[in-house]
Design a protein around this ligand. Structure first.
Ligand SMILES: [Zn+2]
Length: 506
């Protein structure tokens, strides 16, 4: 079984920020989870490098667009190991292999009769690399996003007959209500479509930094056509030593932020239909992490971090796993929500350091003290068993719907259950009573097993921490999801955690 997940490719002129990290970590959590299920996973990310904004920036700096793209792409590549992304490939749209496949794909669309030459006139924002329709422009013919005056452009272009896909797209959304998730985003996509689709410009004649139109080399493809195709072209050269398109296409899940919904939910499926290709199984649209609270005020300042949640600063001080955890714990994946340094520090302390880190330290310390470091072999306590029954199935079902936050909540409920179990059973009391030694074995074995199970399930979220804890528990059974049931571990020799998993910050 294959699981192919993508992030959008990031525009190479931007500087990597929390939003890029967020999308990529979300895709990474799902990729890692599906690897734990033993599936054939392919996880793709990369950079979008063509278009006028790159050409203009390069001109300003006196370098070639390729030189600028090379330099800027390395900033995105450098982000990946820092956030512990396990992507299988990093595609760059300036890669000649990508260009060749774009040309072949677009030639198919041409040969199927879905393009024609026409004259385009409209308002164009060079920084969006996009024409704006009359209802998309701000006062004084400016770009509502960039607040710069728009150029009135008029040129001979190739057009894509998007309008001819109106009915097919309407049917797609009617017959496949989860093609776009969450539901609210599917509704938005449908309203774009039912509002009436116009043909769109497919090429640009005035710029040369792009993929040449094979049937008219005076033109390059409009950057969005070239960029969207990365999801398809990468499989032919980036997925191993042979073309794996037949094995991995269509994509299982494409993750993106809501600002690029229209391109992905309307134009992208139309392009695939035009070429006679299968459509991705699902597009998942996530929201924004904002730095404002519900009343629109800037979120509060904290003592140890600044006002703005800077992902690099968080990772430097608290570790990558803490950032990965916080972003998906604080804001439900798919919704907008506020993140803050105060919120981060609070969850770090109460949840990571206390709930999880302290549970791990105590469990291991008690096994070391009372059982000389050997985890007792005993059946899991039925009192705990009933609270763990069905957990793994719940988590996998939620993650099948990309409900990363809800799955994390279910796991965390069991982390808290284990802490209550320690208090209920009070192993320190059992240890003092010779008649309770069998009971103490059962309690310690159950705790170690419960901790192992949540750790297997948390692995996709916090890969480094969970590796370390599994080592400290003396477990060599690995992270296969099939093993995430109480009683499936092999009792090992524990090693005290020093320093603890999430040290308190001074
Ligand atoms: Zn703009």
């Amino acid at each position: 079984m294959a699981f192919y997940v993508t992030t959008p490719i990031y525009y190479v002129n931007a500087a990597p920020h929390l939003g890029h990290a967020y999308t990529t970590i979300g895709a990474d959590i799902l990729a890692r989870h599906h690897r734990q299920r033993g599936e054939d996973v392919f996880f793709l990310t990369g950079t979008d490098e063509h278009g006028e904004p790159v050409a203009l920036a390069a001109e300003r700096e006196g370098v070639t667009p390729k030189e600028l793209a090379d330099r800027n792409a390395t900033r995105f590549q450098a982000l990946l190991p820092r956030i512990n992304a396990s992507n299988d490939f990093f595609i760059r749209t300036s890669d000649p292999r990508h260009k060749e496949r774009v040309q072949a794909f677009m030639q198919r669309i041409h040969d199927h009769g879905h393009v024609y030459k026409g004259v385009y006139e409209g308002w164009y924002c060079p920084r969006c690399a996009d024409f704006k329709s009359d209802n998309e422009i701000a006062e004084g013919n400016t770009c509502p996003i960039h607040r710069i005056p728009l150029d009135r452009e008029n040129e001979e272009n190739w057009f894509f007959r998007l309008s001819s896909f109106q009915e097919q797209l309407e049917r797609l959304y009617a017959e496949n209500p989860t093609f776009v998730a969450p539901q609210q985003r599917a509704n938005e996509a449908r309203s774009f479509i039912t509002g009436g689709l116009n043909d769109i410009s497919l090429s640009r004649a005035k710029i040369s930094w792009g993929v040449e139109v094979p049937w008219d080399p005076q033109h390059v493809f409009y950057v969005w056509f070239d960029a969207l195709l990365n999801y398809y072209t990468a499989l032919s050269f980036g997925a191993g030593d042979h073309d794996r398109t037949a094995e991995l296409w269509p994509a299982t899940l494409q993750i993106l932020a809501k600002d690029i919904l229209k391109f992905h939910a309307v134009i992208w499926p139309a392009m695939l239909l035009a070429a006679g290709e299968e459509l991705p199984k699902q597009l998942f649209i996530h929201g924004y992490l904002t730095m404002k609270d519900a009343s629109g005020e800037d979120v509060k300042m904290s003592k140890s971090l600044g006002n703005v949640l800077d992902p690099f600063e968080v990772m430097d001080k608290f570790g990558t796993d803490a950032l990965r955890y916080y972003c998906f714990r604080e804001v439900s994946f798919g919704q907008d929500g506020a993140v803050s340094t105060i919120g981060f520090e609070s969850r770090y302390e109460t949840e990571l350091a206390n709930d999880y880190g302290n549970l791990a330290s105590r469990t291991i310390a008690m096994i070391a003290r009372y059982r000389d470091g050997r985890t007792p072999a005993a059946e899991p306590d039925p009192a705990l068993q009933k609270d763990f029954d069905g957990l793994t199935r719940e988590v996998t079902e939620l993650l099948d719907k990309a409900e990363i936050t809800q799955a994390l909540e279910r796991i965390w409920q069991r982390v808290r259950r284990l802490n209550r179990y320690v208090e209920e059973q009070a192993p320190w009391k059992l240890a003092k009573d010779d008649a309770q030694q069998g009971r103490l074995d059962a309690v310690l074995a159950s705790l170690a097993e419960g901790l192992r199970v949540v750790t297997v399930l948390l692995h996709a979220y916090m890969p480094e921490t969970t590796e370390r804890l599994m080592g400290a528990l003396g477990q060599d059974g690995g992270f296969a999801i099939a093993g995430a049931e109480l009683g499936r571990g092999t009792p090992g020799t524990v090693t005290p955690l020093d320093p603890p998993l999430f040290p308190k910050q001074a």
